[in-house]
Design a protein around this ligand. Structure first.
Ligand SMILES: [Fe+2]
Ligand SMILES: [Fe+2]
Length: 294
């Protein structure tokens, strides 16, 4: 596809003019899940699946938190970005809900899991605190997205539908990574700079704690449901996936820490070169007829 051409009705957005394209893509994972889809390895699969379980409630929280300040935003470009951000997150939610329903069929009590995640997120009180935690989580998802695009070998031997879904999600997290941050700048404009800084850095710690805790807990729960022993060996294997090989959390550390700079802004950076081929690929993918969105 010529990158300058607009995306048609399947893709919904006008990609030529939009920094944050809306790509309505279905991956069909809900209809045909693959067991041990990641490298034929149950621990790696559980690591990603646990993150998927977090995402629908997490992304609804992001959308709500950003929209709570939508009326304070006067810049027309940022107002458009908020709409595009919400559309991208809503499509992610739909696809991860389908993905998670397939996990439910394996015996995981999904309603209970979603309820626990909602309860955890409900411990964040206040509009600005919710937005701050969203900013932290969006930075974290952008870091993870960057690593996914930079090291495609991590998913190279995985089921292609899951690889596509995670790559699409990674790309779009990078594309909209500045939106919540910019809304936070508007929302915190009247605070002293030091206070806004400590608010977002403190919220980042909360966000990191939530993600790490949910990912560990849910991955172990999934392994148990799937009939694997959750012995100390399994726990070490899971920590190794996070911190050793492929080591998502080890690999993001430098990018993650950039957030602590007082003048940090999530501008487009080194990831653009990794993102561009995938932008072209998924723009084209969005133009093709989609399966139903089950
Ligand atoms: Fe997302
Ligand atoms: Fe996001």
């Amino acid at each position: 596809m010529n990158h300058a051409e607009p995306v048609d009705s399947n893709g919904i957005g006008d990609e030529s003019e939009t920094r944050i394209p809306k790509r309505n893509i279905s991956f069909g994972i809900g209809r045909q899940p693959a067991p041990k889809w990641c490298d034929d390895n149950e621990v790696r699969t559980a690591f990603f699946d646990a993150f998927s379980l977090f995402l629908p409630e997490g992304e609804r929280f992001f959308i709500r938190s950003v929209h709570a300040y939508a009326d304070n935003v006067t810049d027309p470009r940022l107002r458009e970005d908020i709409k595009a951000f919400s559309a991208q997150e809503a499509y992610h939610t739909r696809e991860h809900e389908a993905y998670n329903r397939a996990i439910q069929d394996e015996g995981l009590p999904l309603a209970d899991v979603y309820g626990r995640i909602r309860k955890l997120l409900a411990t964040v009180k206040g509009k600005l605190e919710c937005l701050s935690v969203t900013v932290g989580l969006e930075h974290l998802t952008a870091c993870l997205g960057y690593i996914t695009l930079k090291y495609p070998e991590i998913l190279a031997d995985s089921d292609p539908r899951y690889r596509e879904l995670w790559t699409w999600h990674a790309l779009e997290e990078i594309e909209h990574k500045a939106v919540a941050f910019e809304v936070f700048q508007v929302a915190s404009a009247k605070l002293p700079r030091w206070q806004a800084y400590f608010l977002r850095c403190g919220a980042m710690l909360t966000a990191t704690h939530y993600i790490a805790r949910m990912q560990l807990e849910l991955a172990l729960e999934l392994l148990q449901v799937r009939g694997y022993a959750t012995s100390w060996k399994t726990k070490v294997a899971l920590l190794w996936v996070m911190l050793g090989t492929p080591g998502y959390y080890r690999r993001i550390i430098w990018y993650y820490l950039q957030f602590l700079k007082p003048n940090f802004f999530p501008a487009a950076g080194a990831e653009s070169a990794y993102a561009q081929p995938w932008r072209d690929y998924f723009n084209e993918r969005a133009m093709k007829p989609q399966d139903d969105h089950a």
